[in-house]
Design a protein around this ligand. Sequence first.
Ligand code: COA
Length: 163
Amino acid sequence: MKHKEIIAVYPGSFDPPTNGHIDIIGRAAKLFPKVIVAITHNYNKKHMFTLEERLSMMKEAVSKMKNVKVASFSGLLVDYLNKIDSFCIVRGLRALSDFEYEFQMALMNRKLKKDVETVFLMPEQEYTFLSSSMVREIASLGGNFKNFVPNNVYKKIKDKRKN
Ligand code: COA
C-alpha cells in the first residue's frame, strides 16, 4: 500500500488558545508532515472571542512551527476533512474524564466518514487540568492566568478586559 502524506487536523473552538493546545500542536507537528489547526464555532458554547480573533491569536501563537497552518471551518468536521483531502483527526486527552466524550466523537466521526482515524495525544502533565473556560473564568474574575496561555493571548485577553 502506498502511503500519501498525511494531513493531520486538530479541530476545536480554541476560545482562547491555551498552552495545553499549543503543547498538543507541537507534539502533532513532530509526528505529521503537515498539521492544520481547524477552528470552528461550537454551537454548545457561548464564545468570548470571535472566530477572526481566535484565528489571529492561534496564528501568532504557532507562527514558529513551520509545518502548522491555521484555518477555520463551519459545518461538519468530516466535510472539512473531505474538502482538504485528510482522514486524520488529532485530539488531546487530558484525563479520564475526556475519554467518554472523545470516544463518542471519534466513533461518530468514523460513522460519518468511513476512513477517518482519530489520534489522541497526551499533553504535558501540568496542562491536564487546563481548559479554555477556566482561563476565561479566572480572567473575568481578575485572577492570574499568565502561565496558562501564550503571551500574545495573554495580552489580547487583558486588552479585551479593559474595553
Ligand atoms: N489543553 C487545554 N485545554 C484543552 C485541551 C488541551 N490539550 N484539549 C481540550 N481542551 C479544552 C478546550 O479548550 C475546551 O475547553 P472549554 O470547554 O473550556 O472551552 C474543552 O477542553 C473541550 O474541548 P473540545 O471538546 O475540544 O471542544 P471544542 O469546542 O474545542 O471542540 C469540536 C469540539 C469543534 C471538535 C467538535 O464540536 C466538532 O467537531 N464540531 C464540528 C461539528 C461536527 O462535526 N460535529 C459532529 C462531531 S461527531
